[in-house]
Design a binder for this molecule. Sequence first.
Ligand SMILES: CCCCCCCCCCCCCC(=O)SCCNC(=O)CCNC(=O)[C@H](O)C(C)(C)COP(=O)(O)OP(=O)(O)OC[C@H]1O[C@@H](n2cnc3c(N)ncnc32)[C@H](O)[C@@H]1OP(=O)(O)O
Ligand SMILES: CCCCCCCC/C=C\CCCCCCCC(=O)OC[C@@H](O)COP(=O)(O)O
Length: 274
Amino acid sequence: MEVTVGTAALALALLLLPVLYERSGSFRFFCKMGFYNGWILLLALVAIPLCALRGRDVENMKIIRGLMQHVKHLYGIRMAVRGAQHFPPRQPYVVVSNHQSSLDLLGMMEVLPDRCVPIAKRELLYMGAVGVACWLGGIIFIDRKRTHDAISVMAEAAHTMLSQDVRVWVFPEGTRNHSGSMLPFKRGAFHLAVQAQVPVVPIVISSYQHFYSKRERRFTAGQCVIQVLPPLPTRGLGPADVPALTERVRAAMLEAFEALSAELRPTAPPPAPQ
Ligand SMILES: CCCCCCCCCCCCCC(=O)SCCNC(=O)CCNC(=O)[C@H](O)C(C)(C)COP(=O)(O)OP(=O)(O)OC[C@H]1O[C@@H](n2cnc3c(N)ncnc32)[C@H](O)[C@@H]1OP(=O)(O)O
Ligand SMILES: CCCCCCCC/C=C\CCCCCCCC(=O)OC[C@@H](O)COP(=O)(O)O
């Protein structure tokens, strides 16, 4: 008898879920984000054995990129890449991009150049299968609570870039920023580029505000533009030039971000006929 009541309650709850999903925007938001994380976890489980064949190697980022590229379709996010011709063809460089949300992974995987690894917070390493996949992909981990250690990891990265022909992707805001603009930039990426004497390639991911907002718990289908800006050379620059370089890159990115936001902002619907 107890079993039947339990089963009936479960069946009722399951039947109600689609209704809740249809009616509640917040519930829909949490489902979508939960699925996003769960799906990536599952993809990591697929990636691990494939990547393990090579061991820890930046070439594994191709496998991770390939596995992630369909995810945008699951959410109806259309992505357009502009300025891909700006990627220097055959040399190391530092990519810097704005960081709005964990959805940035989709934009990153859309344009990630070959032999390019992100710099990530150390905490990611402890996210089970995701951490293992990131490690196998050669992702560089920094401990943001230990500035000195983070800087020495970056200095080591400057050597690796040159000796092993590796490109590095940094989010210079240093954290996710849901505000719809850009935080001040930390200087690590620019020190790295100057130390290795390689160009900085800025990438701007357009605002998600019109289809995704964590604060408003809103996540619908939408459009996103990823714009690659012209690279800035660093040859001949030294540590004293880093602050000006940082501000120059941020100003160019902010300008492009605002232009894209204005372009993609949905126009108000025409007034209903009286
Ligand atoms: C299928 C499975 C798929 C799985 C998914 C896979 C994809 C996963 C993708 C994951 C993506 C995940 C994405 C993520 O996880 S994003 C989070 C992690 N990323 C970052 O934080 C990157 C940006 N941060 C920085 O660049 C910071 O500057 C660092 C971290 C380096 C230090 O920060 P901190 O806050 O501790 O200190 P500070 O910035 O005040 O700097 C202090 C001073 O040191 C100077 N300084 C800095 N650097 C250097 C240097 N190299 N050589 C010499 N000097 C250097 C600096 O100019 C300043 O001096 P001054 O200017 O005030 O005089
Ligand atoms: C044994 C432990 C098991 C834990 C399982 C956790 C499962 C999580 C599964 C999938 C997570 C997928 C998302 C991964 C990548 C998110 C990248 C990201 O956007 O990192 C944020 C970082 O840039 C800035 O961090 P903060 O904004 O400063 O914070």
